[in-house]
Design a protein around this ligand. Sequence first.
Ligand SMILES: NC(=O)c1ccc[n+]([C@@H]2O[C@H](COP(=O)([O-])OP(=O)(O)OC[C@H]3O[C@@H](n4cnc5c(N)ncnc54)[C@H](OP(=O)(O)O)[C@@H]3O)[C@@H](O)[C@H]2O)c1
Length: 242
Amino acid sequence: MGKLDGKVAVVTGGGSGIGLGIAERFAEEGAQLVLVGRTQARLDGAAEQLGGGAIGIAADVGVESQVKAVFDRLERVDLLVTCAGGAVFGTIDELPAQEWKALFEGRFFGQIYACHHAVPKMSDGGSIILCSGIAAAAYVPEYSGGAALCGAVNALGKNLAVELAPRGIRVNVLSPGLVEGTDIKNNLPPEKLAAFWESTVNAIPARRAGTARDTADAAHFLATCGYASGIVIDVDGGWTAT
Ligand SMILES: NC(=O)c1ccc[n+]([C@@H]2O[C@H](COP(=O)([O-])OP(=O)(O)OC[C@H]3O[C@@H](n4cnc5c(N)ncnc54)[C@H](OP(=O)(O)O)[C@@H]3O)[C@@H](O)[C@H]2O)c1
């Protein structure tokens, strides 16, 4: 018997990378997965890989009406994990500010919209896991707006943990460090990526990037530990300890 038997788990960004790793971990524990992303074919492939009745629903999480339509299709939600989003990189003077704004629309407001529409479908025992990143706590070059976003998500999670506690809903934040094998690296031009990757790995005490499975192990803890709420977990190989 799995620890998440019979639970309905919505994972935004569940078609790839960290979100897919979490979906796999939850499916192994018996959860029924609802994957959300913009690309239906990618979601269908991931759902087939997961089995167990997993489904994919295409939606841009930065568009509230699309997020609402996802949750309108669901009778109840037990677990919500909000991994949808990407990254942009650039110095404050060079990167058009509009790009930071667009990042916030999907990756920050996407999490607000998902919580707004999921909470009415959640009952006692519900669990929300937001996704930020260690840029809130460690310097990441050319990532000022992303760092601000990560800090905002951490604050959102702590506040919601208090607000939703009387309803028996726990809220926590998963804050990954550098994670390999995901598509987010496509946001950096190849010539910058190699240097960024090498210098970052060298700065991590574990001397390696994390895997989606590493982050999924932390998400599994947050989903199953009934007394964990209001936590931000850095899964970063010790990066933020330096
Ligand atoms: N990898 C890292 O090192 C790292 C570190 C810290 C934080 N993070 C954060 O962790 C989250 C997952 O990233 P990842 O590394 O796993 O990258 P990824 O493989 O690119 O996963 C992101 C997923 O989100 C979906 N997505 C993106 N924008 C969306 C939108 N507006 N609406 C719906 N779905 C959307 C993408 O699918 P579609 O394109 O098909 O929509 C994709 O499946 C991101 O928020 C990322 O910023 C990653």
